[in-house]
Design a binder for this molecule. Structure first.
Ligand SMILES: C[S@@+](CC[C@H](N)C(=O)[O-])C[C@H]1O[C@@H](n2cnc3c(N)ncnc32)[C@H](O)[C@@H]1O
Length: 228
C-alpha cells in the first residue's frame, strides 16, 4: 500500500505505518511545519523505513490524483480553516476503492471537574475557542460524506485523565489559566484558586479531566470516479 499521513508532526505514526506496509509499500508523510519535517527526517528510523517526508499544506497537496491507497489525517483538521478543502484534496489523491481515516477531537466535550463551575466553564470555553474548529470531531462524518465519501464508520474514544501533570501536558491547564486571567476572562484570584483546587483533587485522588475524540473511516467509491 501507498499511504499518506497528512499533518504528520514528528512522524511517529508514519514510522509505525511504514512497518505495516513493508515489503513493497511506502508512506508519504506531509506537514506544513518545515521544522517538524526536518526533525522527522533526522530520526534514525527515516533511513531504515520507506517513509518520505515532505513539507506542504493539506489543502493543496503536491501529489497527482489517485496516488494513495490509504489517507490518514490525525488531529490536524481541528487547526485548519475551511477543513472541507483539506478533505477534498485527500479524496482527490485517494485511489477509487481507497479509504480515508480521520481522527479528531470534539472539544465541546472537554471537561475539567471543579466545584467552581463558573470558572471551570469559562476556562473550558477559553480552551475550546483556542481551536479553529472546536467541534470537528463530531463533524467528521458529515464532512466526509458531504465531500463525496461513503460507507462511513465512526468510533468514539474518550480520553480520561486522572493525573494533573498529564492533564497539564495535554490541555495546558496552567497556561490556559494564566492566559485567560491575562485576557480578563477570569480574575487572577479565581484562576489561582481553580488550579489549587485541581492540585488538591489530584492529592485526594479525585482529579478528573476528559474529552471525546472520534475516528471516522470512509471509502472512495469505485464507480463514477475517474482518475486524471
Ligand atoms: C496536533 S499535531 C498532530 C500531529 C500528528 N498527526 C500526530 O497525531 O501526532 C497537528 C499537526 O498538523 C500540522 N498542520 C496544521 N495545519 C496543517 C496544514 N494546513 N497542512 C498540513 N499540516 C498541518 C501541524 O504542523 C502539526 O504538526
Amino acid at each position: 500500500m501507498t499511504v499518506l499521513d497528512a499533518g504528520c508532526g514528528l512522524g511517529d505514526d508514519a514510522f509505525r505505518m511504514a512497518k505495516l506496509v513493508i515489503p513493497g509499500g511506502r508512506v508519504v508523510a506531509l506537514d506544513s511545519s518545515i521544522v517538524m519535517i526536518e526533525k522527522a527526517r533526522l530520526s534514525g528510523l527515516a533511513a531504515r523505513l520507506p517513509v518520505e517526508f515532505q513539507a506542504g499544506d493539506v489543502r493543496t497537496l503536491p501529489f497527482p490524483d489517485c496516488s494513495f491507497s490509504r489517507c490518514r489525517i490525525d488531529r490536524v483538521l481541528q487547526h485548519v480553516p475551511r477543513p472541507e478543502e483539506a478533505v477534498s484534496e485527500l479524496i482527490r489523491v485517494l485511489e477509487p476503492g481507497g479509504l480515508l481515516l480521520a481522527y479528531d477531537n470534539d472539544w465541546e466535550t472537554f471537561t475539567v471537574e471543579s466545584a467552581d463551575r463558573e470558572t471551570a466553564r469559562s476556562l473550558e470555553t477559553f480552551w475550546r475557542d483556542s481551536f479553529t474548529n472546536s467541534r470537528i470531531g463530531r463533524e467528521l462524518a458529515e464532512l466526509l460524506v458531504s465531500t463525496g465519501l461513503s460507507d462511513v464508520e465512526i468510533y468514539p474514544s474518550t480520553c480520561l485523565i486522572k493525573d494533573f501533570d498529564t492533564a497539564d501536558k495535554v490541555y495546558n491547564l496552567r497556561e490556559t489559566a494564566r492566559r485567560a486571567a491575562a485576557e480578563g476572562i477570569v480574575s487572577s484570584d479565581r484562576a489561582r484558586l481553580w488550579l489549587e483546587e485541581l492540585l488538591d483533587r489530584m492529592v485526594r485522588g479525585s482529579f478528573l479531566a476528559a474529552h471525546t475524540a472520534y475516528t471516522v473511516v470512509a471509502g472512495k467509491k469505485q464507480v463514477r470516479t475517474r482518475c486524471r
